[in-house]
Design a protein around this ligand. Structure first.
Ligand SMILES: Nc1nc2c(ncn2[C@@H]2O[C@H](COP(=O)(O)OP(=O)(O)OP(=O)(O)O)[C@@H](O)[C@H]2O)c(=O)[nH]1
Ligand SMILES: [Mg+2]
Length: 420
């Protein structure tokens, strides 16, 4: 199983509610309000880890929720904050919004935490709502509720070198002799079914090599394993093009070279233009020398390294050539994109709509903010709500929209009679 694209659901924690409480103490009658604030909800945090190279962890677990904040308590005690949920993803994971398909973040750098969704703020306790005329507020603010989001994670591996070539030419064998990676190697086509990464140490430089499944003619039309895996060598600095020069499978090495390049350019012009070094593998076979010479004649400007990957012969020359080439190339850059951001609701905005038949609805950020502070069966709290509606111009706006005494006003899930 190899998963490199998943849709998951994420939700940061809700804020905890503020508390309603009054100070009680012997000989202190009518102590003031002392309800504490609710705790903040936990964040959803992503962190990239280079030891992971698949999104397989997300095959079963699809719902991720950070902890909610706890409600506040008496004596001004604050509610506990919700724990953050830290999710580890492979380096090179691109985070997208499912609905718009737009990129939110490219998890390009290892170990740098990224807060994807912030937890809701805690509500304020009743101790904040005491005024000269309101000595005993029987209401507090509820915690901010967060929304669940649909997210797509897509892995776009980051490596310095990508290995390309037909199946069975020895790509995985090569990776196994230049790095400590242990890919599956066998004498049949499509041994490699998902990308392998290996770290090559060459004197004081390291580089990461990505081995992908073999390509065949028509891969871009879905032949063989298709070209989906090319996504994992898109973010490389150069390619090592492995050819089987023995011709033992009845194909011509130069033809192979052209066909693979053709597939690369069908997939992406940028990938096709990436600098390449050719590895002429299986030099131990009878016809290899003659085929190599033909290849050199046809491609006089290319670096061609003769190789017997199976006995690790030729790797010194190859690594020297790769190191030399890489030194001239810019590092892999993160994707260029305009980050998608979820709309933050305008906390002071509201809209009034005349629904006809004497019904008016009011919606918007302000209504949600106010709604968080109201306990509707509490007279005082309701008074406060009405006062706020007047102060913030909601009553005037209702009037302007044609509301008259006796009409019905709907705000969220509450309904009341309009009386100016
Ligand atoms: N004779 C000879 N055989 C080799 C050499 N290098 C690799 N092989 C053999 O070629 C076969 C295929 O090797 P792999 O490394 O699995 O080839 P691959 O390109 O990764 O193949 P896919 O994953 O199917 O695309 C294996 O049987 C290897 O032992 C070599 O230098 N000489
Ligand atoms: Mg392989």
């Amino acid at each position: 199983m190899f998963i490199d694209k998943v849709k998951i659901y994420m939700k940061s924690g809700n804020g905890g509610n503020g508390a309603v409480s009054f100070h009680t103490e012997k000989y202190v009658p009518n102590g003031g309000p002392d309800g504490g604030d609710g705790g903040k909800g936990g964040d959803i945090v992503l962190i990239a880890d280079s030891s992971k190279n698949t999104l397989n962890d997300f095959h079963y677990a699809k719902h991720f929720r950070a902890e909610n904040g706890m409600p506040g308590g008496a004596k001004r005690s604050a509610g506990k904050q919700g724990k953050d949920l830290v999710i580890t993803v492979p380096v090179g994971t691109v985070v997208k919004d499912f609905l718009t398909g737009r990129i939110i973040k490219d998890m390009f750098e290892e170990g740098v935490p990224y807060v994807l969704f912030k937890g809701g703020r805690g509500g304020k306790g009743n101790c904040h709502f005491k005024t000269s005329t309101r000595q005993a507020p029987h209401f507090s603010q509820t915690g901010e509720k967060t929304v669940e989001r649909e997210i797509v994670l897509e892995l776009k591996t980051i490596a310095d070198v990508g290995l390309v070539g037909f199946p069975n030419v020895g790509k995985s064998t090569l990776l196994s002799v230049i790095s400590s990676a242990k890919p599956k190697i066998a004498n049949y086509h499509f041994t490699t079914l998902s990308p392998n990464l290996g770290v090559v140490k060459y004197y004081d430089s390291d580089f990461v090599v990505a081995d992908i499944p073999g390509l065949i003619e028509g891969a871009s039309d879905g032949m063989g394993l298709g070209h989906d895996f090319l996504r994992h060598i898109e973010r490389t600095r150069c390619l090592v093009h492995v050819l089987d020069v023995s011709g033992q499978e009845g194909r011509d090495p130069y033809d192979d070279f052209c066909k693979i390049n053709n597939e690369l350019s069908t997939y992406s012009e940028v990938l096709a233009e990436r600098p390449q070094i050719i590895v002429a593998n299986k030099m131990d076979m009878p016809d290899s020398q003659a085929n190599l010479e033909k290849l050199q004649q046809k491609l006089p400007d290319m670096v061609i390294v003769p190789m017997m990957a199976i006995i690790a012969d030729g790797i010194d020359v190859l690594l020297k050539e790769v190191a030399k080439l890489i030194a001239t190339l810019p590092p892999v850059k993160p994707l260029e994109y305009e980050p998608f951001e979820y709309e933050v609701e305008d906390k002071d905005g509201f809209q009034v709509k005349n629904e006809g038949q004497g019904i008016f609805t009011v919606s918007g950020g302000l209504m949600e903010q106010l709604g968080r502070r109201v306990v509707f069966d509490d007279y005082e709290s309701l008074n406060f709500f009405q006062k706020m509606l007047r102060q913030r111009g909601v009553i005037a706006a209702l009037r302007k929209a044609g509301a008259q005494d006796g009409d019905t006003v709907v705000i969220g899930d509450i309904e009341f009679e309009f009386v100016d």
